[in-house]
Design a protein around this ligand. Structure first.
Ligand SMILES: [Zn+2]
Length: 485
């Protein structure tokens, strides 16, 4: 259908300060040195104020997720409207997520407002999850939460986040989790937070961009990036087919190789179908284990389908099921060698059987500080062992027609239609699948810390379990390891 063209004056919109909705557009401009290396971020926010003149307040956490300085390291912060620059008063307030810095204009603002500020990059040496924006090759990558200062503006329901690559090396491009090089978020501007960002001379795993699965690598990784991204795509397809319930969701896999020693670590952003993998460039950390990188990528992507249990952390499920699936499924499908899966399963099992917290209740483990990584890792291995046994039982009871994942599918489908996966729904499912006794044994082992003994064919017919013993200091732990038949 065609519509008659209107004369230009009929379609032009006159400024109507009282009726327009407020809008926010944020431009992220990586700043570079003479060698084209990224040294900081310049941010420009264009805010269309609606309605009457008013004071404008913007806020940022002093430290994003308690680890990346934001509010405390902002420089060159300016606010201006048509009337010129305006100074701000700065204060710090407490919040449940930690202290928050607030900038408030000292006079009322109206119409188009521009906010500008700069932030330094996060140093390579900072450990933990990869939230900080770090340089990688001639680009930069990290989490949007570590660069955004957001306006508190009633009625703001649509925000845009965009890259400005004008200062970057020629041939650069940018990606944002949940979008392509631009993200338009409906709802409050906080929807822009917790998005993986990456810009620079990106190596794309696919052409053109805008596929369901998109992978990009930045910097010089210790592996063939093309092959790794092609492998990751096959894992994506495998997960989408095996879980089934999400169809083929959009997914962004961002791999950043730092010019610094860094082992493969990854963090998934479940709500935004994306993960960021960090590795070190081979110059700085030679001999990095490609198998470990594959394990990390499979793990982070699996999180997207396992999703969340209930509304609070349940690591026995969120991590345990993720570990179980990512350490077995790629081998079952021929995407990894069973020897690599045996090694990985053995590593997670050792984190469980070899820990002083092996018998601790889940409550006690969850109340332990994150710094006690040896304790915090126990639910990964405990959950993996639990789900491996459960899978073996479900396969045996159905003569191999059903697996743990086919049995779980109705729970995932229900969660997708808005019914959260609560402990009550979980145990009701367990009773339907395996009877009342299964609830008792779930509580005794996973929740209360009773030891889990692996079934001989847990992890399938290709692997066999054998007992082993480790010493840790002057303590000895009995556990298990797996070998390929
Ligand atoms: Zn995980």
């Amino acid at each position: 259908m065609m519509t008659a063209a209107l004369p230009f004056w009929a379609s032009a919109r006159l400024p109507d300060l009282g009726a327009a909705e407020p809008a926010l557009t944020i431009l992220l401009r990586p700043e570079t040195d003479e060698a084209h290396r990224v040294i900081g971020m310049a941010v420009e926010e264009r805010i269309a104020m609606a309605g009457q003149p008013q004071r404008l307040t913007l806020t940022a956490p002093v430290q994003f997720v308690g680890m990346v300085p934001v509010g405390s390291v902002v420089s060159d912060f300016t606010i201006a409207d048509a009337g010129g620059k305006v100074s701000t008063s700065v204060s710090e307030v407490a919040s449940t997520a930690g202290p928050v810095r607030r900038w408030t204009s000292v006079r009322d603002l109206v119409g188009e407002v521009t906010v500008r500020y700069r932030l330094p990059l996060t140093p390579f040496a900072q450990g933990g999850p990869p939230y900080g924006m770090k340089a990688a090759g001639l680009g930069v990558a990290g989490n949007s939460g570590s660069v955004l200062i957001l306006p508190e503006l009633a009625g703001l329901r649509r925000s845009t986040l965009r890259w400005d690559l004008s200062h970057m090396v020629a041939g650069s491009s940018g990606v944002i989790a949940g979008g392509t090089d631009t993200l338009i978020a409906e709802g409050a501007p906080e929807a822009l937070i917790d998005r993986w960002l990456m810009a620079g001379p990106l190596q794309a795993g696919q052409k053109p961009s805008g596929n369901r699965f998109n992978a990009y690598t930045l910097g010089a990784p210790p592996f063939d990036a093309t092959a790794m991204m092609a492998w990751s795509r096959r894992v994506y397809t495998l997960l989408a087919d095996t879980f089934g319930y999400l169809g083929t969701p959009p997914y962004l896999l961002a791999i950043r190789a730092l010019d610094a020693p860094s082992f493969a670590t990854g963090t998934a952003s479940v709500a935004n179908s994306a993960s960021l993998i960090t590795v070190g460039s081979p110059t700085y950390l030679p001999g990095q284990d490609v198998q470990r990188v594959k394990g990390t990528i499979a793990h982070e992507m699996t999180h997207n389908w396992v999703g969340q249990f209930g509304d609070r952390p349940a690591p026995w499920f969120n991590e345990g099921l993720t570990v179980y699936v990512s350490a077995t499924l790629p081998c079952e499908a021929g995407l990894r060698d069973w020897r690599d899966c045996a090694n990985e399963i053995g590593k997670w099992a050792r984190d469980y059987y070899g820990s002083e917290a092996r018998n601790w209740t889940m409550k006690r483990i969850e109340a332990t500080p994150f710094a006690r990584e040896d304790v915090r890792r126990v639910p990964y291995g405990r959950g993996m062992m639990y789900f491996a046994n459960l899978d073996a039982q479900i396969r045996a009871a159905s003569d191999g027609r059903r697996t743990l994942l086919t049995a779980l599918r109705p729970l995932f489908e229900e969660r997708r239609t808005g019914q959260p996966l609560t402990m009550q729904r979980w145990e009701a499912w367990l009773e339907r699948e395996r009877g009342l006794k299964a609830i008792t044994s779930f509580r005794e082992t996973v929740l209360e810390g009773g030891m889990i003994v692996p079934a001989p064919n847990a992890f399938g017919d290709r692997l066999r379990v054998r007992p082993t013993r480790w010493t840790n200091g002057n303590q000895t732990f009995d556990g298990y390891e797996w070998h390929v038949l």
